[in-house]
Design a binder for this molecule. Structure first.
Ligand SMILES: Cc1ncc(C[n+]2csc(CCOP(=O)(O)OP(=O)(O)O)c2C)c(N)n1
Ligand SMILES: [Mg+2]
Length: 245
């Protein structure tokens, strides 16, 4: 979640629901101010659309016609809470109308349809026509995280949505039309599985990092004798009993 790649303009994820929206708008302000022709794609879940950051940012983005796309992955749940229980409107695009923002709803399980709408609204943003909200309607096949046992939902509902799996649909809709076959899918799958396995093996085989590297890479430029709350940042002691951390 917290990985970012400055060189490729990938700013990573954010643990606080919706708090990345103002950051995305800030990046869009920078793009507009420096005339870089960049468009910011800000992805969030349906749960994020209820929080204050969402509304403050949509208002600001529309007012300043910022080059930003707010893409809501509406998978119908915020953790275990169903959409109709957590949001007063279930067509999330309606929330854009309060800010007179361009909004489009798309089948989130259709890879090419999502691509088409994002390209279109990106072009709009580049032409100075302002931000858009794109609601990609989809479904979450699993619990929110590894810690979520996912016991509230009917198994039949999950299995019917699984038939709409965007990867499988993409494979049958697009790749088949391009002359690929079952053997190609299997070898692409096997390659992906092997890449994940290699990464897992590498992590398992790597030594534990030294304790004094705990605060490495917190900032792009390391800060000497960094202090937080008046106390010098030090790695915690192994015993954890010093009480200074
Ligand atoms: C401000 C804030 N409140 C609560 C949480 C706890 N939390 C983490 S994810 C989540 C649900 C977010 O819903 P959604 O964006 O739809 O994500 P999904 O569950 O579909 O992955 C909540 C409430 C949080 N991280 N930040
Ligand atoms: Mg969700």
């Amino acid at each position: 979640m917290h990985l970012a790649n400055v060189k490729n303009h990938f700013w990573g994820g954010y643990a606080i629901v919706g708090a990345h929206l103002p950051l995305a708008a800030g990046l869009a302000v920078a793009a507009q101010y420096h005339k870089t022709n960049r468009v910011v794609l800000c992805v969030m879940g349906d749960g994020s659309t209820n929080i204050g950051y969402f509304h403050a940012t949509l208002n600001w983005a529309q007012l300043w016609k910022l080059p930003v796309i707010f893409m809501v992955e509406n998978n119908r749940f915020a953790m275990g809470t169903p959409l109709e229980v957590h949001s007063s409107v279930t067509d999330i695009i309606q929330k854009a109308s309060g800010y007179r923002m361009n909004a489009e709803q798309v089948d989130g399980n259709d890879v090419m349809a999502v691509r088409e709408v994002i390209c279109r609204v990106a072009e709009r943003a580049r032409n100075g026509e302002g931000p858009s909200l794109v609601e990609a309607v989809t479904y979450r096949h699993r619990g929110h995280s590894m810690a979520d046992p996912d016991v509230q939902r009917a198994k039949t509902e999950i299995s019917s949505w699984k038939k709409q799996d965007p990867i499988l649909r993409f494979a049958s809709d697009v790749l088949v039309n391009k002359g690929y076959g079952q053997a190609d899918f299997e070898s692409i799958n096997a390659e992906a599985e092997a890449a994940v396995q290699r990464a897992t093996d590498f992590a398992d085989a790597s030594p534990e990092p030294a304790l004094d590297t705990l605060y490495d890479h917190l900032y792009a430029t390391p800060v000497a004798n960094m202090q937080i709350g008046g106390s010098l940042i030090k790695p915690p002691t192994l015993s954890g009993a010093s009480g200074n951390n």
